[in-house]
Write a protein that binds this ligand. Structure first.
Ligand SMILES: Cc1cc2nc3c(=O)[nH]c(=O)nc-3n(C[C@H](O)[C@H](O)[C@H](O)COP(=O)(O)OP(=O)(O)OC[C@H]3O[C@@H](n4cnc5c(N)ncnc54)[C@H](O)[C@@H]3O)c2cc1C
Length: 789
């Protein structure tokens, strides 16, 4: 189904010379036995938009192909059995507001009126979505396929791709059991076998198939003569239910999910099903029969157990693969009937125009790196499957596959009662508790048990000095006679002089933000680039596409681990350990130098994301323990206190400092994001310059604002709607309590036309609108004098 969608979208965008190769009959992977359910709601608003697009597309392909997709738009209910779930639904509804979704929170009585099979006593409320329903998997696949063929595409069936061989010009020999094809581009849309097709080109895609069961009941008298029942999700039962002819179809994401073919998918698996295992889903069925009593009497007509694939986070894997020319993937699509159209659209734009045309970071294959080994993927996919219908609280760190990657000071941070988070499989400290027993998050949408400790961490950074591990950044070493020119070409800001640091956005040709870096110049032909670690593969893919002569780029994230000290006493502390003069006259803000810290050689940069006087120290891994001990020992007399990522987040929001995937994404321009001063339009040439000029001339459509919020016990998290004079006008990108300024804050985008308004704003948090005052400058030390003292 995904391959057919990509094929259709390519022909629609004008490519005629395209071929789909199918091993057996169309649909003979996961598609043929799918339940066909579809919905628009998704945790990532950008994926939600593509889901909306997919559902709207069915009319179009039916019209072109004459093939029915069997679309039943019944409307849908998401049922909340707990207060927390109702809060979660209120947040989902709020997010839907700025996506133009018509979602509604309804009472249990209203839910029972819409879905009479439910027993009211198990529920607290529900969310109603008018655009949910189901389709016929066969019909959808063939509608895509026929539409593509009418657009000029070719489809060959009963032909298996057995190998892929790259030619030196970047094109591919596609080897099949019925002859070979020479192709300029290859898209791996092999669904259940995508992992195996990836292995043909030497990559291990992080996907795993899970067994999934649904059952269809016998005909139910309760449904006779009635309008078709709604599509319904019962989170507490981990169930989805919809009508299938005279009975109900009921599927579960059980806790004890089982992977299928964990290491190798058999090629002879066709339109087959797996053996039923009702025992495995018995706990969910018990809940189903309690929550929807009529189901218990209906009897089971049919059980389907089929495999389908997931990536570790449950989102698709889409896009060009780093390190391989012209090799693309469109796989790991677990909700194909909601997402398949959006995936095809993004792929076609990306292949043809060089840009997916939307913010698809959440689906980009480049969000994963080397840590996604087969066993890691297995652990994360099982966890994701078991939590498909679970609430993930904003302060909840998932536990599967941990700890995997640690830095040398991991045990030392543990001994200091760090509460750890997982970022790209790497443990990093979030906050520090007073005792080992209390080093645990209490999950909540509201402020939680970490609140007073984060406050104390921020206070230490403001009044004395704090110590933060900063190993979880991406780092690249850029070297060679062409290094400076190349950086000047790919980065929007001026390349710094030796010994200096420049902060710089990276733009695509459309002038949109695709990265933000700290660019440090070690020597005339030697730079260290520091950026977001999760985007390492994404950046490398871009770098290799634009690499010029005389320059080499090498990722070195885990070679240089780091520690940062920040606060007014940080200089005095570091000065005790280095021979170099750290005074502002000798080592001003944004300086960078190789130094010896005691016996430890490292790079020291005068910069801090906290907004205080601060230093970032980068050392090779073997020195990190010694550096940590040195700083902690010397720091005692300065009241040094460790702080974690959550305090850092509070402080960067107080400073209105944005960050990648939040404020900085490929849907925003630098001016819109408040990064205009880091774009050097005096440079004659760099990628995105013309578009950045245009943005400056026209002013851009959006503006990133900082808001001061009146809230009681919950702060904005991101994705909340921003209201202005009774209308939703924008969305929050980050929120936090600003402990140094003692109020709640949020960053978010609004239309540039109202960005100057000084009143009338509100931000909706867990279903309640709160007064939001736009600030004309950062909430904390707007002039930046504390960083420069
Ligand atoms: C029981 C069950 C219920 C489901 N319910 C839903 C639901 O309600 N809603 C929803 O949205 N999704 C549902 N899904 C998931 C849905 O099935 C998938 O999202 C979707 O089918 C993925 O489509 P695909 O094209 O990526 O993969 P596939 O259907 O696996 O297609 C891959 C195709 O590639 C071909 N192929 C592979 N390797 C080669 C090769 N080397 N050479 C040539 N051809 C090759 C295969 O033959 C196959 O036809 C369900 C899945 C299951 C198992």
């Amino acid at each position: 189904m995904v391959g057919a969608s990509v094929l259709y979208h390519l022909t629609k965008a004008g490519w005629k010379d395209v071929l789909l190769i199918e091993r057996a009959e169309l649909t003979s992977g996961s598609t043929w036995h799918a339940a066909g359910g579809m919905h628009t709601v998704n945790g990532d608003p950008n994926v939600a938009k593509l889901q909306q697009y997919t559902i709207e597309l069915y009319k179009e392909i039916e019209q072109i192909s004459g093939q029915s997709c069997g679309v039943h738009i019944t409307g849908g209910l998401m049922l909340a059995g707990t207060r927390e779930r109702l809060d979660w639904l209120k947040m989902a509804k709020a997010r839907g507001r700025y996506l133009g979704m018509d979602l509604e929170i309804i009472s249990v009585d209203e839910a029972a009126r819409l879905f009479p099979l439910l027993d009211k006593k198990h529920f607290k409320g529900a969310m109603y979505d008018p655009i949910e329903g189901h389709v016929d998997p066969y019909g959808v696949t063939h509608a895509y396929a026929k539409s593509a063929q009418l657009g000029g595409a070719e489809i060959v069936r009963h032909t298996r791709v057995t190998d892929l061989k790259a030619r030196s010009d970047g094109s591919w020999d596609v080897i099949t059991d019925r002859g070979n094809v020479h192709a300029e581009y290859v898209v791996n849309a092999a669904g259940l076998w995508a992992r195996e097709v990836g292995r043909m080109v030497g990559i291990e895609l992080p996907i795993l198939a899970m067994e999934h069961q649904y059952l269809i009941t016998g005909d139910m008298p309760e449904l006779k003569g009635k309008k078709e029942q709604l599509h319904c999700i019962d989170f507490e039962g981990e169930l989805y239910i919809r009508q299938e002819r005279g009975g109900m179809l009921l599927g579960t994401y059980e806790k004890a999910g089982v992977p299928w073919s964990p290491t190798e998918t058999p090629w002879d698996f066709g339109q087959d099903l797996l053996a039923n295992d009702l025992e495995r889903i018995a706990p969910s069925l018990e809940v189903a029969f309690e929550h929807f009593p009529a189901l218990g009497d209906a009897g089971i007509r049919k059980v389907v157990n089929g495999p389908f694939t997931f990536a570790p986070d449950g989102n698709p894997l889409v896009g060009p693969v780093k390190g391989l020319k012209n090799f693309w993937v469109a796989c790991g699509v677990m909700a194909g009937f909601s997402q398949g159209g959006g995936v095809g659209l993004a792929m076609s734009r990306w292949l043809i125009d060089g840009d997916p045309g939307a913010d698809i970071w959440g689906m980009d294959v480049a969000r994963y790196g080397d840590w996604t080994t087969l066993a890691y993927t297995n652990a994360k996919v099982r966890e994701n499957y078991s939590r498909r219908f679970s609430i993930r609280f904003p302060n909840e760190e998932l536990q599967a596959a941990r700890p995997l990657r640690t830095t040398p000071i991991y045990e030392k941070l543990q001994a200091a009662n760090a509460v750890f988070g997982d970022y790209c499989g790497l443990e990093h400290s979030l906050w520090f508790a007073p005792t080992a027993q209390s080093a645990k998050d209490e999950f909540s949408f509201h402020r939680s048990n970490d609140f007073p400790h984060i406050a104390a961490e921020c206070d230490a950074v403001k009044s004395s000095v704090g110590l933060l591990e900063i190993s979880n950044y991406g780092k690249f070493e850029v070297k060679g006679p062409g290094a400076a020119d190349w950086l000047s070409h790919v980065m929007a800001n001026r390349v710094p002089a030796v010994g200096r640091i420049a902060l710089t956005p990276m733009l695509n040709e459309r002038g949109k933000l695709i990265g933000d870096f700290t660019m440090c110049r070690v020597a005339p032909e030697h730079f260290l680039l520091i950026g977001t670690y999760a985007a390492e593969t994404y950046y490398l893919r871009w770098f290799e596409r634009h690499l010029g002569a005389g320059v080499s780029v090498r990722p070195c994230a885990m070679e240089y681990v780091g520690l940062s000290i920040a606060g007014p006493k940080s200089r005095a502390l570091l000065q005790e350990l280095v021979r170099d003069d750290l005074s502002t006259a000798a080592f001003p803000f944004l300086s960078f130098k190789r130094m010896e810290i005691g016996m430890v050689p490292g790079y020291v940069g005068r910069v801090s994301f906290t907004g205080e006087l601060g230093f970032e120290i980068w050392v090779t891994t073997d020195y990190q323990r010694a550096l940590y001990d040195l700083l902690v020992d010397a720091g005692r007399k300065y009241d040094l206190r460790p702080f974690g990522g959550r305090a850092l987040n509070c402080m960067r929001v107080e400073k209105s400092f944005g960050t990648w995937t939040r404020e900085y994404r490929p849907i925003y321009g630098p001016l819109e994001a408040g990064l205009g001063r880091f774009v050097d339009l005096k440079k004659e040439e760099f990628i995105g310059r013309a578009a950045a000029m245009e943005e400056r001339r026209g002013g851009g459509a959006l503006r990133l604002l900082t808001f001061k919020l009146e809230t009681r016990d919950a702060d904005a998290l991101g994705d909340e709607p921003i209201w202005h004079e009774g209308k939703v006008v924008g969305w929050v990108t980050s929120g936090a309590f600003g402990h140094r300024v003692n109020h709640s804050l949020a960053l978010g985008y609004v239309p540039a036309s109202i960005a100057g308004a000084t009143s009338g704003f509100e931000i909706e948090i867990i279903g309640e609108r709160h007064h939001a005052e736009p600030l004309s400058e950062a909430a904390y030390d707007a002039k930046g004098s504390r960083m420069r003292i």
